[in-house]
Design a protein around this ligand. Structure first.
Ligand SMILES: Cc1ncc(C[n+]2csc(CCOP(=O)(O)OP(=O)(O)O)c2C)c(N)n1
Ligand SMILES: [Mg+2]
Length: 588
């Protein structure tokens, strides 16, 4: 036992957990602890808005595989984080949000910045620790750090501000390191039998493969059975794109090759995937989910097994360990699919080539609205670029080892087909939380975790404006990144619904203030460049990444795009309007 203050116990427990970087905005509520962050070796990156801090903690955690930590002032500083913690929850990110609260002697009286902060995060955390007594500071802080890792998701450490003070005798707990197993013997045996008898097995590589550092294990299993590997939605970095068996992502704006191949499967192995409902919706007119196939699902969280999709075998285990256990079980076994390996590989190659050729030819959208917008753009003196052509150029210029975050929006969604990675912990997206304003702060956090890797954010103009203030954080605190802003002067993704369902009655969808985001970037101390020639897109990215890596410069590349719009997000959830009141009869 060592005598220390609760502030010291809190800081020392973070040190024991390897924390070197935190994100937030300072506040009196935790100043006593913050005062000793620097001598403890902990950097607090001051952000512009706390939502950005929590996204940064998420990006930091996802790239490093370590805890991301966010802290802020009680009340508004903390409530500002809710959206980003929800995103981290759906990304299974080990983020610890430290929430200093009103002091115990004041809470309930309606004082300054007072709120019950546990209910705010109840739905988006795996564990909520509350320091009801300062003698428990180290114990509960440690539990928050342990649970964020063991349950893979955000945890909250709620500290009434008076609990930072006092004298306590404590021992700082050692972090608990979980050794996850492969799963039960019976389920692994059953899965191996299913794979051995499969004629056309397909692997879905999910977020669990990324988080479990299990890409090599997934590759080994895929090579053993010669199966096509598709990525689960927004986990394009869960299998190397340069591998001949990589077939691209399922789900919204995903790969037709992936969809056509999985549609043929008689056995699917979903490795480290919860098979979320949004990520397996029909796309490109393909209802690809193989309802007749036998499904093996591996997830570290048993509650995900069979939750959304009917499964044949559920394995409660770590993705990597399970893949290794399956490879061991298949060793020396003759598989039913061994005989067709060459034809299946040829089939795979044909589908991949067909999809690449289709992407090459798919230079712009072809629906009536998009054609009208293209015609209008052509009649104007300015130059406007087709988003798909821009995305292909960016793909070609993408530097090695890039970390790319994408936002929520139409062009960002279309980007899904053009984002390929050879390394895990590279693709950051708001996942099923789907919040606009995600990409920039998240990639800044990623950059803090991996300064040696290029950090690139994609945003639509609407989402960008929600979050662009964090450009100042990148500039002020030497966290250089490159942001690509698709300026189409509209909240395009939502307008697409008005095109498809509401007779092009556009309400609240235009962003026609004539903003110049490259100039705004320069005003924030970054470089800004506006691109309206296709030939300049790749060079702009290459130059900006060079400036980021070699000169520590943040650049905003604003790309002037037509208003054409790709397929919408929620076709599944909208229906043609019905109006009963005569005054609204035309609104159908
Ligand atoms: C925080 C938040 N608010 C609103 C939405 C609803 N929404 C989804 S996409 C979108 C439009 C995005 O527009 P923009 O960023 O300009 O990209 P574009 O669709 O034009 O490519 C909106 C408003 C959301 N997803 N998140
Ligand atoms: Mg837009």
């Amino acid at each position: 036992m060592t005598r220390m203050t609760p502030s010291e116990a809190f800081v020392e427990t973070m040190v024991a957990n390897g924390v070197t970087t935190t994100f937030g905005i300072m506040g009196s509520a935790f100043m006593d602890a913050m005062d000793i962050f620097a001598p403890a070796g902990i950097r607090l990156v001051p952000v512009v808005h706390e939502q950005g801090a929590a996204h940064m903690a998420d990006g930091y955690a996802r790239v490093s595989g370590r805890h991301g930590v966010v802290i802020g002032q009680n009340g508004p500083g903390i409530s500002n984080c809710v959206t980003a913690i929800a995103a981290a929850f759906w990304a299974h990110s080990p983020v610890v949000i430290v929430t200093p609260e009103t002091g115990t002697m004041g809470i309930g009286l309606g004082g300054f910045q007072e709120a019950n902060q546990l209910p705010m995060f109840e739905e988006f955390t795996k564990y909520q620790g509350h320091i009801n007594n300062e003698h428990r500071m180290a114990e509960i802080t440690a539990r928050c750090f342990d649970r964020a890792m063991s349950e893979l998701g955000p945890t909250q450490l709620n500290i009434p501000r008076d609990r930072f003070y006092g004298d306590i005798d404590v021992e700082i707990p050692e972090p608990m390191v979980l050794d996850r197993g492969a799963g039960g013997e019976r389920s692994l045996d059953e899965a191996a039998d299913l794979l051995a008898s499969a004629e056309f097995p397909v692997i879905i590589s999910g977020g669990g493969v990324v988080q479990g550092d299990a890409v090599p294990d997934c590759v080994a299993l895929a090579e053993r059975i010669g199966a096509p590997v598709v990525n689960s939605y927004l986990h394009n970095d869960s299998f190397p794109a340069s591998h001949p068996q990589w077939c691209g992502p399922l789900g919204y704006q995903g790969s037709k090759a992936a969809m056509k191949l999985i549609a043929k499967a008689d056995v699917v192995l979903a490795l480290g995937s919860r098979l979320g409902p949004f990520g397996t919706l029909p796309q490109h007119g393909l209802d690809y989910w193989p309802t007749g196939a036998k499904i093996i699902q591996v997830d570290a969280d048993h509650k995900m097994l069979g939750l959304v999709k009917k499964i044949t075998v559920g394995i409660h285990g770590d993705a990597g360990a399970a893949a290794r256990a399956l490879v061991a079980r298949l060793d020396g076994v003759t598989l039913a699919c061994d005989a067709t390996r060459d034809t299946r590989m040829a089939d795979m190659k044909a589908e991949q080539d067909a999809w690449e050729a289709e992407l090459d030819e798919w230079t712009h959208e072809l629906d009536d609205f998009s054609l009208d917008m293209i015609a209008q753009a052509e009649s104007e003196p300015s130059d406007w670029l087709h988003p798909r052509m821009v995305l292909r150029e960016l793909e070609k210029a993408m530097p090695a080892r890039a970390m790319v975050s994408t936002d929520i929006g139409n062009i960002n969604s279309v980007a899904n087909s053009y984002l390929r990675f050879d390394e895990p912990r590279s693709f950051l997206a708001p996942m099923s939380w789907g919040n606009c304003g995600y990409a920039l702060p998240t990639v800044i956090g990623a950059k803090a975790a991996a300064p040696d890797r290029p950090a690139i954010a994609y945003s639509g103009d609407g989402a960008w404006a929600m979050s662009m203030v964090e450009t100042m954080t990148a500039v002020r605190h030497d966290l250089p990144v490159t942001a690509v802003v698709f300026n189409n002067r509209q909240w395009g993704a939502e307008k697409k619904n008005q095109v498809d369902f509401y007779g092009r009655r556009f309400v609240a969808g235009e962003l026609e203030g004539g903003e110049n985001y490259s100039e705004i970037a320069r005003a924030m101390g970054a470089e800004g460049i506006r691109v309206d020639k296709l030939d300049n897109v790749g060079a702009a990215l290459t130059d900006a990444v060079d400036a980021q890596m070699n000169r520590g410069v943040t650049t905003v590349i604003e790309i002037m795009c037509t208003k054409e719009l790709g397929d919408p997000f929620r076709k599944d959830a909208l229906s043609t309007p019905v109006r009963h009141l005569p005054k609204y009869k035309d609104y159908v």
